[in-house]
Design a protein around this ligand. Sequence first.
Ligand SMILES: [Zn+2]
Length: 151
Amino acid sequence: MADSEPIIIEPISIEPIIIEPIIIIHPRRLVFIQVANNCMFCENPQGSSYIRHVVPEAKMGYIYCGECKNKVEPMVKIWEDNYSYGPANYLKNKDIKVQRSNGEIEAGWRLCNPILEYSGNEMIVCCEKDNHIEKWCFLSKILELNPKEGD
Ligand SMILES: [Zn+2]
């Protein structure tokens, strides 16, 4: 084997695959906002700004400039699919318990809106199934009252 030709292995040329990191932008509460030169997707927006609500009842959504129009719907989809109920995703469409203002724990509620950041707290809006009563709850409390089965 000593005299045999060296085997040259040609490296296979592979086009580099560039996967752009996806930066998840969470919707904000859009109140008292500047409606020009404002955009959640770029640094120096110019001109008019537009709003895309994701939770209209809570005035939650995205504000974007004309240059970033195409970035909004994909972000809404990513957010709705993966983040809207966050750690409470397993409670979607389930009967859950909430704590009423008088301290009582009550069943017969469900999640009705995505998680919102409000005054630095993660909140989730729950609805009573029959009476259309809405209540803003602390996400941590909902998770505590409705643990994942098997935990
Ligand atoms: Zn922009």
